[in-house]
Design a protein around this ligand. Structure first.
Ligand code: Q9C
Ligand code: ZN
Length: 675
């Protein structure tokens, strides 16, 4: 069995330092950031569900992997400084403050990240979060910066490599500031892939560095292993964040194939934050976390960075932790597609990285406008300051609904299996024979209507039971091993349309007839991935994808999942997912588990999986992912056939007019993107 559990690292000691003088730049970094986050976890019953791991101080040797002796020795003196000395010491750095107790806290913050790495790497827990102060990602070899003293995550990455022989570390920095300290630390290192998105505004936003732009891709053998996504406008929304995950981070991350994922988990990228001024809601972090959950076999360590609106911060932390614990995801409605400015960034990043990553090989050219011209143009508009001040005032009054409670159904996975197939542990077997007369008559009605007499009445009734239990939230997901998967799929689609009128997503892996004729009302979206060529379709709701090598082509399959399936699914926002694996689909267990895992982003985890009876070997791996176990990492895979990638790309281009989350290039006009 895979390791369970989520580590939570928190110690009140890290609330015991604060700003002792007046400094408008630093007044937002307060001890309450930690207490508000922790108390929200306690209040929502989440702290109790985590494994509490104690903090420790990072040792000098550990800190010195990232920082210089001179810097460490200088920081070591701060506990003995007078207020005046502290103020003066602080002056040599940017946007940071010192306090007699901050050195102690900084050692605990870095040590917390190391304790988290230990807990995850030894298998004590599956994943975890460290709530720490001071944050880390701005601090550099010989400088404190941006509220950061030691670079907690950079120290943790070195530690994981040294102590556990981890070969590849992915660092995802979703804080709204550029973690330049992390970038500098691993710039020439191909064993650490650093991804950061950040408010940039063409270098107008702190820390105003040229090297935060997307053309900083790393150096020497680390070239290509630094991915920067600048946000050139404020007000970015859930769609913008998701688009960057689908079209930039996830393809590169899967190609990189990390052994460990570290998250610079700053929540100043959420709505209401005075620094970020973005509009993504706290529940987006549930999805961002989930989308990273199947990398590195689920080994994910999140370490707190920024987050300055206490309400937004606490909600975002809860959403992250609840996903680490494996609870069903909240549904994200109203995804509008990325704004023009986000598309420009997306296009820039993909085009500069196309020479380093095969997943971006077919990325479009950079946007036609000249970026440097744009930068100069922006410098002219310096007087727009007053407007910015007004915007800030607006942000402070910003309100958003509290994310709804995420309830876990009592049963996570229910299985409908022929009597000769054993039910895997932790799953509930659905007994299809005990049916009330009403249900029986319903089954018969459908049974007669479609004349599918070769499929047992028992199977139909069992499927209805699964659907009803999902509808009533008694079970989260279901798996049915059936003798005729195509008929079972048709039956479920008809039944769902008639009985529940839900928005349904059907994902069919492998050849065979699919209910493509039922998509007129817009409630049903069908995506089929197979080696079978289908005539070019015109319906926006029927998406047949053909891969020459079929579903065994891992690179092609991932391209389809990130480039098409996930964006379509998020935009469709189904209330039920039907995942169908036809006979001889050719999909390998690993890819199948990845897919099953990723589809749990939707419909609050309500997925019904249909598998052909001869495929019973996949029951155990499928059940495992339905139960929330992370999928095993996909081993090194070959680049896909060029013609396949081009075909997928043509399909994406054809569909992007109808499905905005498929877009990855800005409209030709360029120049004055508005959000
Ligand atoms: N308007 C982190 O989020 N600039 N650090 C403050 C005040 C410094 C952010 C300017 C922001 C530092 C970890
Ligand atoms: Zn930040």
């Amino acid at each position: 069995m895979t390791t369970m559990g989520t580590a939570l690292i928190y110690d009140e000691e890290m609330t015991k330092y604060k700003l002792l003088w007046v400094d408008p730049a630093c007044k937002i970094e307060v001890p309450e950031r930690l207490t508000a986050s922790y108390e929200a976890l306690v209040r929502n019953g989440l702290a109790d569900r985590c494994v509490s791991v104690p903090v420790r101080e990072a040792t000098d040797a550990e800190i010195l992997r990232v920082h210089s002796v001179e810097y460490l020795e200088a920081v070591k003196k701060t506990p003995y400084m007078t207020l005046e000395d502290l103020k003066e010491f602080t002056l040599q750095y940017g946007d940071v403050y010192f306090h007699p107790n901050i050195y102690h806290c900084a050692k605990l913050a870095a040590g917390s990240a190391l304790q988290l790495v230990d807990s995850v790497m030894t298998g004590k827990v599956r994943n975890g979060i460290a709530l720490v102060r001071p944050p880390g990602h701005h601090s550099m070899q010989s400088a404190a910066n941006g509220f950061c003293v030691f670079n907690n995550v950079a120290i943790a990455a070195h530690y994981a490599k040294q102590k556990y022989g981890v070969k590849r570390v992915l660092i995802v920095d979703w804080d709204i500031h550029h973690g330049q300290g992390v970038q500098y630390c691993f710039e020439d290192d191909s064993s650490v892939l650093y991804f950061s998105w950040h408010r940039y505004e063409h270098q107008k936003f702190w820390p105003n560095l040229r090297e935060s732009d997307c053309d900083s891709v790393g150096k020497g053998s680390g070239t290509g292993f630094n991915i920067n996504v600048p946000w050139n406008k404020v007000g970015m929304k859930n769609s913008d964040y998701l688009s960057v995950f689908f079209h930039v981070l996830l393809p590169a991350a899967y190609e990189f194939c990390p052994d460990l994922v570290l998250v610079c988990a700053g929540f100043d990228s959420a709505i209401g934050d005075p620094e970020g001024e973005m509009c993504a809601t706290p529940d987006i972090f549930a999805h961002l976390t989930h989308l990273l959950r199947n990398l590195a076999g689920g080994k994910l360590c999140a370490v707190l960075e920024g987050g300055y609106n206490l309400t937004s911060l606490a909600q975002s932390v809860c959403q992250t932790v609840q996903t680490l614990l494996g609870d069903p995801l909240p549904q994200l409605g109203n995804l509008s597609g990325p704004c023009e400015s986000a598309l420009e960034s997306l296009q820039c990043v993909r085009s500069v990285h196309r020479q380093y990553w095969s997943c971006f090989k077919h990325a479009a050219d950079p946007p036609s406008f000249d970026i440097s011209t744009k930068r100069a143009k922006l410098a002219e508009k310096e007087e727009e300051r007053t407007e910015i001040v007004e915007k800030e005032a607006c942000v402070e009054e910003m309100v958003w609904p509290e994310p709804p409670k995420r309830v876990s159904p009592p049963v996570r996975a229910a299985l409908l299996l022929p009597s000769h197939v054993a039910c895997p542990e932790r799953c509930q077997r659905i007994n299809a024979s005990a049916l009330d007369p009403l249900t029986v008559s319903k089954v018969k009605e459908s049974f007669l209507k479609h004349g599918e007499e070769h499929v047992a009445l028992q199977t139909f009734s069992g499927l209805i039971t699964l659907l009803e239990k999902m509808e009533n939230n008694e079970i989260c997901s279901g798996l049915a091993l059936v003798s005729d998967v195509t008929t079972a799929m048709m039956f479920v689609v008809h039944h769902v349309a008639a009985a529940f009128r839900k928005r349904l997503l059907v994902v069919c892996v492998g050849k065979g007839k699919v209910p493509s004729h039922l998509t007129e009302d817009g409630n049903l979206l069908v995506v089929q991935i197979s080696s079978e060529h289908t005539d070019e379709q015109t319906s926006k709701y029927y998406v047949p994808v053909c891969l020459k090598k079929g579903c065994s082509d891992t690179a092609g399959f991932l391209q389809v999942v990130f480039g098409l399936l996930l964006p379509l699914a998020y935009e469709h926002n189904p209330s039920l997912v039907l995942l169908v694996r036809t006979a001889e689909s050719g999909v390998c267990d690993g890819m199948w588990q990845q897919l099953t895992g990723m589809l749990q982003s939707f419909a609050q985890g309500h997925t019904l999986v249909l598998v052909q009876e001869d495929d019973k070997a996949c029951v155990i791996p499928t059940a495992s992912t339905l139960l929330g176990d992370p999928a095993p990492p996909l081993e090194h895979f070959e680049a896909s056939l060029s013609e396949d990638l081009e075909a997928v790309e043509r399909l994406r281009q054809r569909l992007q007019a109808d499905w905005k989350l498929l877009q990855m290039t800005a409209p030709e006009s360029g120049g004055t993107a508005e959000c």
